[in-house]
Design a protein around this ligand. Sequence first.
Ligand code: CP
Length: 311
Amino acid sequence: MSSVQQLSVPHVLGIKYLATSDVELILETAKEFKEVINRPIKKVPSLRDVTIANLFFENSTRTRISFELAEKRLGADVVNFSAASSSVKKGETLLDTVNNILSMKVDMVVMRHPAPGAHHFLSQNIDANIVNAGDGTHEHPTQALLDAFSMQEAVGGSLRGKKVCIFGDITHSRVALSNIYCLQKLGAHVRVCGPPTLIPKHIGALGADVSYDVDDSLAWCDIANVLRIQLERQEMKYFPSLREYSRYFSITMDRLNKLDKEIVIMHPGPINRGVEISSAVADSEHSIILQQVENGVAVRMAVLYLLAVRK
Ligand code: CP
């Protein structure tokens, strides 16, 4: 790789803890890796002799596969761990689990964990580089980075001055928080829109606008990032029914057709079709949902590479 710059941090725990220059460096490096993975030979030996453990204590499809592909395309040795089929079920602690894996000479840990802050705890107790692949409702930094990369591609350059609205279940979303931090570092204006019960009271303190009006927010934004209703994290009812949520807050073609402009539609997945977004919108020409997934591999290659070469 041509890059000589370095990340300012040894771990990617959250976008909050990255400098703007780190975010920019990751996105620039990802462009180079996107070119690599579109070649007939998609692999480079940049992480040969580096061993990475993917530790997933929560379900995942996109993130887990994307990290594994990124690691293999960089030539790393990869081990995968799923809590559901591990000795965690016999009562082993997080620290014991990770230390046992690290004793097998693992250099980097990619982890998804349901507890916010689990990665911070690990970073204070182990030597390996840590990448947060999602910690509860806190942060999902590589999702925000791949979202920003995909947005830059969609608008053909900088996000400075662009208007991005994040729709849906903001309260339970780690993607929302990471997106807010990331987009603000890149100079975009950010709004969140959803029912009042699904927008945290203090989100305005982060500098994001708040709206409860979907049509007004669609008219305001250049890019709509639609989030999943996370029923599995909702211990009480935040809205009367999925049908009512869909009626008032779903992003539909009827709503898009009323706009006097075209906007970019995004969703981090998994999608609840017909709830937060209609199938027609998710599969429309406005949607870059599958490009987001494609870009995830290049962005994660960039993150892993930049951590590995950091001195
Ligand atoms: N976007 C995302 O994190 O998807 P997975 O839960 O499938 O990894």
